[in-house]
Design a binder for this molecule. Sequence first.
Ligand code: TYM
Length: 334
Amino acid sequence: MSRIFSGIQPSGELHIGNYLGAAKNWVDLQDDHECFICIVDYHAITQAYDIEALERRTVDMAVGLLSAGIDPEKCVLFAQSHVAEHTELAWVFTTVTPIGELERMIQFKDKSRRQESVLAGLLNYPVLQAADVLLYKADLVPVGEDQVQHVELMREIARKWNARYARGFFPEPQAQIGAAKRIQGLDGRGKMSKSLGNTVGILDEPDEIWERIRSAKTDPARVTRKDPGTPEKCNIYALHQHFSSLPVIDDVAEKCRTAGWGCIDCKRVLTDNIADYFAPMRQRASELRQSPGQVSDILAAGAAKASVVANETMIGVRSHMGFLPATQTQPAER
Ligand code: TYM
């Protein structure tokens, strides 16, 4: 059975972008793969963040993932900071990773533009990501399109470490991209992302979904209700592809091209379908929120299982790198 590893930042909200682009695929893959899913809280501190909110956002992300169908019986779900070997292996990998490779990462270039002085943590972000995956010797990394470059870099890091210390020790993981590789944000300005405020949360109530969808960008050619549009240019149509049935999708395209209805009608149908799709998940989330201890227990059990694998990998890493083994100190005799 091949092993998958993937991670998600504790932004607090599973939205239809990271759900369709990643979490939905994890749920599908957990039945026939060994599965490790990590809430990457150490990655989240590489940019300005709200200290007070980090803990809550981590729990909320776990609630979102469990509601979306991550099954703790089938999949090891845990928080990155609970397994210290992630940062330990990341340090080791900084010693085989060329700075030039890190500087050419698209996400680093984007994010560093927004930081006043660029911090080493942001540059080393993909090194920690490589450690996440390689610690578990995972072979598949199901992600959205924006993470492909980071997965390519982790393959290179694995190759470099293997070449220097132990041939074949780390596998070279492959990115696996699902059908929804990049969901656009509702503002039409780029990918859907919590930090851009252009999302629909999977646990949003129907009236919140409507509030968000109602003001979303559509094909600019549809200035008035009578102007025909091109569905392929409209993000609302793109979202119908994920939440509406085939006859509805055809009908939406036809009514857009012929100005048979207004964008607001099209948005209403989409809202209802999104709300219906996620209804069972809202139900599950409200049950989980009534017993917060259950979520902490699931994360603790996940960290315990992950630690077994992580510890074993690090023993191998230290041994191949020539470190003095740590010996157990005997208690002094009385
Ligand atoms: P993050 O938290 O930004 O996103 C989590 C996953 O969701 C995908 N995704 C999307 N896919 C399609 N359309 C969108 N609008 C969209 N927004 C997010 C992302 O591609 C990702 O797969 N660096 C990673 C987290 C990470 C990780 C790892 C991933 C840390 N360690 C190890 C894989 C393996 C990140 O920031 O994801």
